[in-house]
Design a protein around this ligand. Structure first.
Ligand SMILES: Cc1cc2nc3c(=O)[nH]c(=O)nc-3n(C[C@H](O)[C@H](O)[C@H](O)COP(=O)(O)OP(=O)(O)OC[C@H]3O[C@@H](n4cnc5c(N)ncnc54)[C@H](O)[C@@H]3O)c2cc1C
Length: 380
C-alpha cells in the first residue's frame, strides 16, 4: 500500500513503524512541518499501566524506550504546604523531543521516509495513494475542514494552563496546589531528565484573571509563577519553550474516517493532560489501526470500520475518565479550601471514579487508614 501520513508525532510514527515492520513492501511517507530537532513542550509521562499496555503490545519497542525513561514509584500531592506522598502510583517520563528522536530513528531504520520542514495543507499535495492518515495533532486541519464528515465535537474547558519547564529535578511526580490571595494555582511537575522537569501551571479562569495574566508580559508571567512556587523551585528558574496560556479542548469524533482518510491520536480525540495518557492513547490508536489492516488486508473501508469497532470501547472509557479528571481540576479552589490535606489527596486519588476505597487501601494502606480515621463511617 502507498500510505501518506501527516504529522510525525507518536501516533503517526508508531503506525508507520508497525505497518512497515509487518510488511516492508508498504511505501510509507510521513510529512512533518517542524524541523527534525524542534518540538514544543518538555517531558511527557506514562503511568505504569500505560507502559504495561505498551509492553503487552510491543516488547521490542518497550525495551528500546525503557533505558531513556525516568521512573519513580509514587506521586506526591502538596496541599498548600502539606506534602502527602501517595504510594502505588508508578510513573515514567521522557522528554518529548527524546521520545520523538528515538521514534524517528526506529521508523527510518525500517525504511519509512520522514519529510521534515513540510507543512501539508491539502490532500492534493499528497498525490495518489491508498491511505491518508491524519496524525497532525490537536489542531488538525484534516479534522477541522471535515468536521461534518467526522461528526466533531469540541468542548473548550474553562481552566487556563501553561506548559513550562524548570532546571529543578523533582524526585517524584508532584501536584502542588498553592492557595494564594487571588486563588489556587496548581503545578504539575516531574523530572524527565536528570537536570530537567516539566512544570505545567494550571488555574481556574477567575483566579487567572484576578492574577492579571490576561494583560501580563511573558517575562512577568514567568516571574509570577516563580513567586507562587518559590518554595518548590528552590531558586531554579521556570523555563519557557514558546509557552503560552491555553484552554484545553476536549475533542471527540463520531466517525473516525471517510473515503481513504483516517484520524489518529490527538487529531482524533484529546484526553486531558491530568491523566497523563495522551501519548499512550496516540500509540494505542496506532496499534488498533495496524491490527485492523492486519485483519482486513488492503480492503480500506473494511479496515477503517474495523479500526473504530476495535478501538472505541477502550478509548471511550479513558476519554470519559480524562473528562472527569479535568472537571475535578476545575473545582480546585473549592477543594483546596474545604478539604483537609488527607481528604484532598484521597479526593485526588478517587477523582475519576476508577479507584475506589478498596483500591486506595491496596495502593496506599497508610492513606486509606488516615482517611478512615476522618471518615469512620467507611468502616461500618
Ligand atoms: C500541556 C500538555 C501536557 C501533556 N502532557 C502529557 C503527558 O504528560 N503525558 C502524555 O502521555 N501526554 C501528554 N500530553 C499529550 C500528548 O503530548 C499528545 O496527546 C500526544 O503527543 C499526541 O500525539 P499525536 O501523535 O496524536 O500528536 P502530536 O504529538 O501533537 O503530533 C502531531 C504532529 O503533527 C505535526 N503537524 C501538524 N500539522 C501539520 C501539517 N499541516 N503538516 C505537517 N505536519 C503537521 C505537528 O508538528 C506534530 O509534530 C500533553 C499535552 C499537552 C497539551
Amino acid at each position: 500500500m502507498k500510505i501518506q501520513i501527516v504529522g510525525a508525532g507518536p501516533a503517526g510514527l508508531y503506525f508507520a513503524a508497525l505497518m512497515k515492520r509487518h510488511d516492508a513492501s508498504h511505501d510509507i511517507t510521513i510529512h512533518e512541518r517542524n524541523p527534525r530537532t524542534a518540538t514544543w513542550g518538555f517531558g511527557v509521562v506514562f503511568s505504569d499501566r500505560a507502559l504495561d499496555f505498551l509492553r503487552a503490545d510491543d516488547e521490542a519497542l518497550y525495551q528500546y524506550l525503557m533505558p531513556h525513561l525516568e521512573t519513580w514509584p509514587e506521586i506526591t500531592i502538596v496541599h498548600d504546604f502539606t506534602r502527602i506522598p501517595v504510594a502505588g502510583n508508578g510513573f515514567s517520563s521522557i522528554g518529548r523531543l527524546d521520545l520523538l528522536t528515538l521514534l524517528y530513528a526506529y521508523v527510518e531504520r525500517l525504511g519509512v521516509k520522514i519529510v521534515f520542514d513540510t507543512e501539508v495543507t491539502s490532500f492534493a499535495q499528497l498525490g495518489p495513494c491508498d491511505l491518508i492518515v491524519g496524525a497532525n495533532g490537536v489542531s488538525s486541519w484534516i479534522r477541522a475542514e471535515n468536521e461534518a464528515k467526522f461528526g466533531t465535537r469540541t468542548d473548550w474547558r474553562p481552566n487556563k494552563f501553561i506548559w513550562y519547564g524548570t532546571s529543578k529535578a523533582f524526585n517524584s511526580l508532584t501536584l502542588t496546589f498553592r492557595n494564594t490571595d487571588v486563588g489556587v494555582f496548581c503545578a504539575h511537575h516531574y523530572r524527565y531528565r536528570p537536570d530537567r522537569s516539566t512544570f505545567l501551571v494550571e488555574a481556574e479562569e477567575a483566579t487567572w484573571k484576578r492574577a492579571g495574566f490576561d494583560a501580563m508580559s511573558p517575562q512577568d508571567t514567568i516571574a509570577y509563577c516563580e513567586r507562587v512556587f518559590a518554595p518548590d523551585l528552590e531558586g531554579h528558574p521556570v523555563i519557557s519553550n514558546n509557552s503560552y496560556w491555553r484552554n484545553f479542548p476536549a475533542i471527540w469524533n463520531e466517525h473516525w474516517s471517510f473515503d481513504k482518510v483516517v484520524l489518529v491520536g490527538d487529531a482524533l480525540r484529546t484526553a486531558h493532560f491530568s491523566i497523563g495518557s495522551g501519548t499512550r492513547l496516540a500509540m494505542e490508536d496506532a496499534v488498533a489501526l495496524f491490527k485492523a489492516f492486519n485483519e482486513c488486508g488492503a480492503d480500506i473501508p473494511a479496515a477503517l470500520a474495523r479500526f473504530q469497532a476495535l478501538r472505541l470501547p477502550p478509548m471511550k472509557s479513558i476519554w470519559d475518565a480524562a473528562n472527569v479528571s479535568a472537571h475535578w481540576y476545575e473545582q480546585m479552589d473549592e477543594l483546596v479550601r474545604t478539604l483537609s490535606p488527607i481528604e484532598f489527596a484521597y479526593s485526588y486519588m478517587t477523582r475519576t471514579g476508577r479507584v475506589d476505597h478498596d483500591e486506595v487501601r491496596r495502593r496506599d494502606p497508610k492513606l486509606a487508614q488516615a482517611y478512615e480515621r476522618l471518615h469512620p463511617e467507611l468502616l461500618k
